[in-house]
Design a binder for this molecule. Sequence first.
Ligand code: NAI
Length: 333
Amino acid sequence: MVKAVVLGAAGGIGQPLSLLLKTNPLITELGLFDIVNTPGVAADLSHIDTPAVVVGRLPPNDGLKEVLTGADIVVIPAGVPRKPGMTRDDLFKINGGIVKDLATGIALSAPKAFVLVISNPVNSTVPIVAEVFKKHGVYDPKRIFGVTTLDVVRASTFVAEVLKTPSAAPNVVVPVVGGHSGVTIVPLLSQSSHPLPSDLSGEAYETLVKRIQFGGDEVVKAKDGAGSATLSMAYAGFEFANKVIRAVKGEKGIVAPSFVALAADPAGGAALSKELGTELEFFSSNIELGPNGVLKINPLGKITEQEAALVKAAVPELATNIETGTKFVLQKY
Ligand code: NAI
C-alpha cells in the first residue's frame, strides 16, 4: 500500500505528474492538493482503470491535512514558474513562502513521508523544508530530496544527441552533481556510461555543459511567456518518485543524483566534503536509495580538471542559496 500526494497538483507540472503517478500500479492512493481545480483533476484521473484511488482537495475544511494524512511520499511542484528574464532566485520570495507553508502541513500531518521538492529554486527550497521540519522536531535528513532529475534526463538526451545516437538516450547515464540552477548544475561528462569522443573539448565541450546547465531557458524561451518546463519535469519527477518507491519496497542498488543534506549519511557526507574542500549543508551527488530514504551518499569519484573547475564555481553560489533558504525560515519564526 503506497499513498502518494502531489501538492500543486493542478499546475503545469502537477497535472501530468499526477497522471503518471496514477499509472504506477504500486500506488494505491493518490492525494491531490492545490489552491484551485483539484476536484476536477481528481475526477478526471479517477476514471483511469489503475489501482490508485484518487482524492482531490482544496484548502477549505482542512483539505491539506486530509490529503496528507497517511502519505508515504509527497511531491511538491506548487509555486509559480519562471517567466522569460526571471532567474530562479527571482522566484524565491513567492515560492519560498508557498513551500514553507506546505512543509508545515507535512510536518504536522505526514512527518514520516518522503518529501520530494520540485518547486524552484530547489537549492533554497530544500533547506526551507529542512528548517521547518527542524522547528517541528520531525527532521530526518534521509527523507527530504531536492528533485534534480530533469538535469540528469537532459544530460542523457543531449549526450545521446552529440553521439548521434538519439535512440540510445534511455541508456545513457551521466551523473549531474552540485545543485539545481545555472552554474551549480555540474554534469560529470567524463563519467558518462557512453563515452564522449576524446576530441570533444574546448568550445564543443563548453556548449554541451552550458546546454545541460541552462536547458530550462530553451523551454522558457520557446514557450514565450507561457511558463517553464512542465512535461519533461513531470516525467523526471515521476522517474525519481518511482525510484524512491522501489527502494522503499526493498529493491537494492538504486542510485540517482538528488539534492540532499549531507547529514543524511554522515560518513559519505564527510568524504564528499573532503572532495569539495569545504563543508556545505546540502549537495547533489549520486545517492543510493534504501527503505528509509538516503542509504548512502556516494563521492564524486574521479573527475577531470575541467569538472573540478565547474565544481569549484558551483560551491560559493550553492552556499549562498542554502543560506538564503535557511534564513528565510529562521527569520520568520
Ligand atoms: P504552474 O503555475 O503551472 O503550477 C503551479 C501550481 O501550484 C498551480 O496550480 C498553483 O495553483 C499551485 N499553487 C500555488 N500556490 C499553492 C499553494 N500554496 N498550495 C498548493 N498549490 C499551490 O507552475 P509549474 O510550471 O507547474 O511549476 C511549478 C514549480 O516547479 C515552479 O516553482 C517551477 O519553477 C518549478 N520547476 C522545477 C523544476 C525542477 O527541475 N525542479 C523544473 C521546472 C519547474
